[in-house]
Design a protein around this ligand. Sequence first.
Ligand code: GDP
Ligand code: IMO
Ligand code: MG
Length: 423
Amino acid sequence: MFTIITGAQFGDEGKGKIVDLMSGDYDLVVRFQGGDNAGHTVKVGEDVYKLHLIPSGFLLNSRVLIGPGTVMNPEVLATEIDMLAEGGIKLDAKRVGVDAKTSIIMPYHIELDGLRESMRSEKIGTTKRGIGYAYIDKVARDEIRMADIVDKDRFLKRLEELAPSKEAAIKDLGGDPSMVMDEALIDKYVKLGERFAPYITDVSYEVNKALDEGRNVLAEGAQGTHLDVIHGTQKFVTSSCTIAGSACANIGVGPTRVDSVLAIVKAYITRVGEGPLPTELLDDIGNQIQQVGREFGTTTGRSRRCGWFDLPLLKKAIYLNGYTSIALTKLDVLSNLDPIRVCVAYDLDGKVLDYPPEDTSELARCKPVYEDLAGWENDLTGVKEFNDLPQAAKDYVFYLEGKMGVHVEYISVGPAREQTFNK
Ligand code: GDP
Ligand code: IMO
Ligand code: MG
């Protein structure tokens, strides 16, 4: 069985929680795009794990893989493995694999990301993890790959070949080019390469072989649909394809092998960084959602902007991903709000649209058209099954399901595994 999970909004929908929950049924869990710009939270008992790179299936018995379509900072991988080891979770090369073709995020990518962002008159609000610049190098065929850093001579030769253009780029943006060939940084990468040599693998081969043998594979998306570099709200997007089809292309597995595509959908909407968010609430209600939902970025600590559920954006996400079912998260956060509003269409210069305009500047001008639903006062965090939800919460779920036309399979009412049930 091959299942793909993606975020249907702007990221932080609760992918980490749902991947952890489901990973008990999967032999392999694979990250297929992005890098440590992601922040996926897994809560088990009192333990909370906030991970940027290691796939969220690490707690149960799955082997976790980092695919060749990702951009990988080996220092972050080392930090995460060491942090988990302190808590007694041993992630050796039997449990973690990194594809030989994975692009490595170098310190100069992070430097360039920060410099470029500080110079933009209109900011994107990147995570400053070097993601965009690592992808630029991949496409320009100027990347350093996992297979390069595990071989010291090959790594140094490649770095010397690339250094002049990287130094020029940093200088051009007003930075200090000497960091490119900084000895301490190079030495650190050489050591990381030695450490991770046993982790090298061929992710496409592993995944296809596992599927041939009847084992189960889960592809874990990062970021969210509307941050997709091709289909998202450019320029306010990340630098990778975040939609479900990208899992096949980036892992190297045919689309005919996909069995299901699960959407992670927050019961409202959030966004970190810049870019349009038509239902954004800049009032007490937005503040309440932010506080109750603890909407603060895992990677940068920035406040997440909050808004009512946006159906036009969700419809587009359903088209872009071909979802077979939905996990609706953070329903508990909407308690004590009455009415609960749902954006069913946009008003764009007097025209009513039930699907987002393709151009981002038009989306930025869209005004939400709302339908109001009754709220509820009850705390939902202790609810164990669908039937025990207050009627208004059930009605909200049925309403969204009807409008989306995709089955809601899971409902989440808190960060822990047990705060999840089927509809
Ligand atoms: P991801 O990037 O999609 O994995 O999501 P994040 O982990 O960045 O953000 C989701 C946050 O909401 C995390 O802190 C989760 O622990 C938390 N969370 C997940 N599901 C629920 C839920 O149903 N209710 C509440 N209150 N919190 C949740
Ligand atoms: P997870 O996987 C939310 C946003 C950044 C910025 C834009 C570009 O936790 O859902 P980048 O550093 O990728 O070049 O920044 O994308 N962004 C995310 N927003 N969740 C994420 O990941 C994100 N990863 C990147 O805030 O607006
Ligand atoms: Mg996140």
